[in-house]
Design a binder for this molecule. Sequence first.
Ligand SMILES: NC(=O)c1ccc[n+]([C@@H]2O[C@H](COP(=O)([O-])OP(=O)(O)OC[C@H]3O[C@@H](n4cnc5c(N)ncnc54)[C@H](O)[C@@H]3O)[C@@H](O)[C@H]2O)c1
Length: 252
Amino acid sequence: MASSASRRFEGRRVIVTGAGSGIGLATAERLLAEGAAVVAADVSATRLGDLDGRHRGDPLVSVVADLSVAGDVDRVVAAAAGPVDGLANVAGIMDGFVPPAEVTDEHWSHVFAVNLDSMMRLTRAVLPGMLAAGRGAIVNVASEASLRGSAAGVAYTASKHAVVGLTRSTAFFYAPKGVRANAVAPGGVMTNIDATFTSDWGRERVMPYLTTDLTPVATPDQLAAAITWLLSDESSDVNGVVLPVDGGWSTI
Ligand SMILES: NC(=O)c1ccc[n+]([C@@H]2O[C@H](COP(=O)([O-])OP(=O)(O)OC[C@H]3O[C@@H](n4cnc5c(N)ncnc54)[C@H](O)[C@@H]3O)[C@@H](O)[C@H]2O)c1
């Protein structure tokens, strides 16, 4: 948790998705502690209710939304009630480590809708306000699976590689306009994400690559520290990067 001396986000409004749990929750709470007004979106009403309960009186607006649905994304943007300074696209789901030969169209589409389409739609929605203001910061949560083929199933891996493309494209197009887009690529993080294997071959093939002494499991707060830095003016010349926050996994 940030000290009260650090108020980097005073006067700033930031949308955080996946704010009910794990990395998104830690990010939302750190932003609130640092002075931001936060629009917190999550599909879980229970989790957002808990967040609200801990932050009564804080500048927090919670929106229960399934971000795989375009109309729900619109409701999140409407809840911001105006331009935002930052967008943290954190919400995402795993894919059961399902290999290409076993993935169904439905599974593929759902993983992409949550992990990628939601980020594109939110990015598209906040950009006009950021461009009018001549500044803004977007941070997308990618994954170790953005960097390699051995960290998840095919749908998750492909969607998280695409998150990198979304990030770099956004950074490229709007660098001259004062809007930045960066990504963080977490390794293993202690959260509620469902990391069960639903494929035998997925388990047999991937499991050996997930366990190594070099990659201790991170805390959500460690990710929130990186995400808020990329959202803040302290990273004002950092644009289009994919920052591994993985204890060194990306070096293997
Ligand atoms: N935990 C890890 O080891 C790890 C590693 C690499 C990347 N990531 C990424 O970090 C991000 C956050 O995951 P986490 O580990 O904090 O998981 P988490 O499950 O603890 O939190 C994710 C939150 O997103 C919400 N969510 C899921 N689907 C949603 C939807 N359709 N609409 C709105 N909200 C939805 C969930 O309700 C949950 O509160 C994800 O993008 C994930 O891919 C996690």
